[in-house]
Design a protein around this ligand. Structure first.
Ligand code: ADP
Ligand code: MG
Length: 246
């Protein structure tokens, strides 16, 4: 983003839930409050992210306090960064490194309805991870085939996938998700619709870590999808972002 780009639109934000963490006005504030590593702050600056958008300003502190979240915010308002930044901040040492204290294996799973979207999320994730040794895998037929080797899958930090791909590997016994601490659904209106719901539930069932954090992100969340989302989340906070003057 250059100086000539229009600023991100301002938004009206409403939150609902118990003990909602206070929002942040700047990315810098995340350093003081949550010890956001400076390499991540540098990446944000490098990529021209000067100020958090509405969903980032509210969603990031909620996720960094490890609360479950249902985030509803219009297309183009930066939902991707709102969940990737907290994941990267929580990740710690790469699973492949001997210093990893989080145990081995996948610690975050991000599900998206299409391969195209998963690809975009993966790119955004690589931007933030640049220069770090985290293994961030965009799941495909080819990567799934490499997972037969347990040593390979133990070194993965983050998986970004469509539900079907992931379920296929789970069913083949080629993937453990018992150390997953963050399970996020992007475009949750589609993920919780009949096409994907069963697969999503299968992934959730495989994520057996007691401290798992779950969150859903969408531009819209129809009543039925919202009901399902709320039943999946634990003590969730709901954040709704609306464009001003609409
Ligand atoms: P959404 O998922 O809500 O539709 P995206 O996450 O795809 O939105 O983000 C839309 C665009 O805004 C992307 O190009 C992204 O790089 C950019 N963006 C995200 N956060 C910021 C920010 N804080 N400042 C400037 N641009 C941002
Ligand atoms: Mg998006």
């Amino acid at each position: 983003q250059t100086e000539d780009d229009p600023p991100m639109p301002r938004h009206r934000v409403t939150t609902k839930g118990k003990d909602v963490p206070e929002h942040v006005e700047t990315f810098e504030a995340l350093r003081e409050r949550f010890h956001l590593p400076s390499h991540l702050l540098q990446k944000l600056a490098q990529h021209g992210y000067k100020r958090p958008t509405g969903i980032q300003s509210h969603g990031i502190p909620i996720l960094m306090e490890r609360r479950d979240l249902a985030a509803i915010s219009p297309t183009g308002t930066g939902k991707t960064l709102s969940y990737l930044l907290p994941v990267m901040a929580a990740l710690g040492a790469p699973a492949a490194s001997s210093k990893s204290d989080a145990g081995s294996g996948v610690r975050a799973v991000i599900l998206a309805p299409t391969r195209e979207l998963a690809h975009q999320i993966h790119n955004e994730c690589l931007k933030l991870a640049q220069g770090r040794k985290w293994r961030i895998v965009l799941f495909s037929k080819a990567t799934a085939a490499t997972l037969a080797d347990k040593k390979v899958r133990e070194k993965i930090d983050i998986i970004i996938s469509t539900p079907l791909r992931l379920v296929a590997s789970l069913q083949a016994g080629n993937l453990e998700l018992d150390n997953v601490r963050h399970l996020f659904l992007d475009e949750a209106d589609r993920m919780l619709d009949t096409e994907f719901l069963e697969q999503v539930q299968e992934v959730i069932a495989a994520c057996t870590h007691p401290e798992i954090q779950k969150a859903v992100f969408s531009a819209t969340l129809p009543a039925n999808a919202e009901k399902i989302a709320m039943s999946m989340l634990r003590d969730p906070i709901r954040v709704v972002v609306g464009l001003k003057d609409t």
